[in-house]
Design a protein around this ligand. Structure first.
Ligand code: NAD
Length: 299
């Protein structure tokens, strides 16, 4: 059993921290939002007034924050949080952030005498609540051995990808595939509609053919095909479009850093950018709205 500090008790971090308590750990938490702090306290998290107070003396520090800029500011700025964490503690960043900031965090943690992992997740809010997340882990195998019991409280699948930043790199690769695939699935339904095909019949064919993928099964963008899909609920999220846009932009940033052009990812990013500008935080499957002037059924 460990004393664990958890910074960022939002939609993902709140239930992840609750699962750590379920397994007998002491969890000290901090979040800027009062709503998140109150929900955390109701789940048994010891809420502290500052992030520094939460991490002081903890064996493990977990961050689950919106993006790399926030993490950088909190951890790595002058008077950042790293200096408040005790020597020898394990720092696990599970936020989805850019590879460059992740590597910077690893380097700073190492020079501060801390063990560090980047461990972004897949599985969404449902996986966070169920404790069934997939962790993609970057860092040394020795540090992963130290962190494994903590990760196992929050997830079912823990995959060691490689060195510092490689968990974020793998997460970025997965998300660019998900975003481009869902955009392609949406474009397919636009064509199918113009060709007069029945959506459910097409779904049955594709899910038994080479086009099968999780995007069409779990995020079918047309209503009346998959029971309780976001498309059936006016695109209430689910995995919200702004998070998909963020992840696609992380892929473009990573590609830029290594001089790689990602034409499909650029197209998907443009579609999500239009979606977020015009409709805000709908489910990611609403990307079909950006390409469906002729698809009245999803308007
Ligand atoms: P969220 O916005 O619900 O939670 C983030 C929390 O961080 C908020 O409660 C916010 O108040 C808090 N926060 C922001 N700045 C802070 C600071 N300086 N100090 C303390 N707290 C601060 O977001 P989320 O959905 O929980 O996502 C968290 C991370 O997980 C993101 O990086 C996201 O991309 C990733 N992720 C989300 C999902 C998902 O389905 N929501 C799935 C996989 C990965």
């Amino acid at each position: 059993m460990s004393v664990i500090a958890f910074i960022g008790l939002g939609a993902m971090g709140g239930p992840m921290a609750a699962n750590l308590i379920r397994d007998g750990n002491t969890v000290r938490g901090f979040d800027l939002s009062k709503e998140a702090r109150d929900a955390g306290a109701a789940n048994g998290i010891e809420i502290h007034d500052t992030a520094a107070a939460a991490v002081r003396g903890s064996d493990v520090v977990i961050t689950m924050l919106p993006n790399g800029a926030i993490l950088d500011d909190l951890m790595l700025s002058k008077d950042g949080l790293l200096s408040s964490i005790k020597t020898g503690a394990v720092l696990i960043d599970s936020s989805s952030i850019d590879v460059a900031t992740s590597k910077k965090l690893h380097a700073a943690a190492k020079s501060g005498g801390l063990h560090c992992l980047d461990a972004p997740v897949s599985g969404g809010i449902a996986g966070a609540k169920a404790g069934s997340l997939t962790f993609m882990v970057g860092g040394s195998s020795e540090t992963l051995d130290l962190a494994r019991p903590v990760l196992e409280s929050m997830g079912h699948t823990i995959i060691h990808v490689g060195g510092p930043g490689s968990g974020q790199a793998a997460k970025t690769c997965n998300q660019m595939l998900f975003g481009t695939t869902l955009t392609a699935v949406s474009e397919m339904f636009v064509l199918a509609t113009a060709l007069g095909l029945d959506h459910e019949t097409l779904w049955n064919i594709v899910t038994q053919s080479t086009g099968d993928c999780r995007a069409i099964r779990n995020f079918c963008p047309v209503p009346g095909v998959v029971l309780n899909s976001a498309a059936d609920k006016e695109f209430s999220p689910g995995f919200a479009a702004p998070l998909m846009l963020k992840d696609l932009n992380l892929a473009l940033t990573a590609a830029d850093a290594v001089g790689q052009r990602l034409a499909l990812t650029e197209a998907a990013t443009n579609a999500y950018s239009t979606l977020v500008d015009e409709y805000g935080a709908l489910d990611c499957s609403a990307v079909i709205k950006t390409m469906s002037a002729q698809l009245e059924t999803v308007k």
